[in-house]
Design a protein around this ligand. Sequence first.
Ligand code: FES
Length: 111
Amino acid sequence: MTTDTEGWVRVCATSELLPGEMQTAWDGDTPILVFNHDGELYALEDRCSHEDFELSAGEFDPATGTIECVLHGAKFDVRDGRALCAPAYEPAIKFPVKVHDGAVWTRDDRD
Ligand code: FES
């Protein structure tokens, strides 16, 4: 995984993340899921807040901007990580995302 001098991790080329698609990346030990929702990019930790399961195993619904955890059906808003239904109550952690040099970048900005 490519990392720039400021700690951003390259996810993929912008052409590999079209509206309605998602891609995963790792920043160190942190799995990150990046979404293209209607042309806007958003990044969440790839981890359900209910029981630590990868959200990327579920379906991204571009019509509503949500992703559903396949394990017990919790749903999250990809724009801000809000938990939308039980059994998850805590949000998924949101990370920054940027486009630079024709690629999508993200990073775990917690210190
Ligand atoms: S682990 Fe995601 S809903 Fe239970």
